[in-house]
Design a protein around this ligand. Sequence first.
Ligand code: PLP
Ligand code: TYF
Length: 393
Amino acid sequence: LLTDLPLAPRDPIIGLTEAFVADPRETKVNLGVGVYTDENGRVPLLRCVEQADERVVDGTRPWSYLPIDGLPAYRSAVAGLVFGDELAHERVAVVQGVGGTGGLKIAADLVHQTTPDARVLISDPSWENHRAIFTRAGLTVDSYPYYDSQTRSVDVDGMLDALRAAEAGTVVVLHACCHNPTGYDLTPQQWEQVRDVVVERGLVPLLDMAYQGFAHGIEEDGAAVRLFARTGVAMLVATSFSKSFSLYGERVGALSVVCADPDEAARVQSQLKVIIRTTYSNPPSHGALVVSTVLGDAELRQTWEDELGSMRERIRAMRTRLRDGLAAAIPGADVEHFVVQNGMFSYTGLSAEQMRALREEHGVYGLDSGRICVAALDERNLPTVIEAVAAVW
Ligand code: PLP
Ligand code: TYF
């Protein structure tokens, strides 16, 4: 059974954290994995989560099984957050997911079930796991142009051309906001252009929403999802609360599928339940209870919005400090892109070789693609990072 099984490659991002942990240097900085840390370098426990958690622990022991498709209150809270009153929620099949990754995997299995020959287009570049998840589900994955390193911006013409050339039924994976890994998002006008081509060509949009609230705000960051929801075409939305609730290890996410009518939504919901039942039977309860408690309580929800706003503003402040520090350290260098990008990640523009030098000579860990996690910058590590980046520039 296992004799000829080869050793699988490590996850490049998680593997980097392992190398970081093994590095003995005291001044080392981990800008590899996409995790938000606060001004003290710690993953925050949000106050809204702490307070909801107390209620959950007080009120719900012992732990029974959740329904296959998840906690009903959580599912409605997700529908409210993702779609607002843009469409009738009876038209949407929503299931709890094991993180955003779980939502994507359920989506991939559903697409494979309905259209085994479907092609999936992901952005070039994209989160590594996109290609892996859809490929493993048996689908063919290709990419559309997204990032133009010459102009340090989105190659929207290349993207639109690729979408125009795609066959009807092709699934197009779009980062709803805070593109991972580049940090470059579409403008509202560009989103409208993408929407028009997707609708005209009969493509299936799958919006991956892992960073709602990290670019401009909860409402603002949901605009692309609502833009597509208004068109009436079938669409899929994967949601992750890992970052926005700082609940990484609780694995809280969802998949929403917008259908033509309530009857179709009921059929989709039933098929999603079969996929879940045969994958992990039913989802874990604790994180979803915490999130639905926060979203269902006006006061806790306000606390969440404030805390999410603080995370967003701290990231923006770190981007500005990085830009200013690099501009001072490298006279004449164009470093504006650090403040143009959104979210937790920044494509620095550094080459793989420069990123290796950052790691080996300076103990600053980012990905070979040039991606760093700016949400892990703080006042203590900024001087080290600025000095190191300036040295390899
Ligand atoms: N989608 C994107 C674009 C991501 O960056 C991530 C990051 O972790 C995910 C999905 C998965 O989120 P989760 O950790 O909730 O599975
Ligand atoms: O891109 C990132 O760093 C985050 C975290 O297999 C992550 O999305 C990275 C790799 C992975 C799972 C999550």
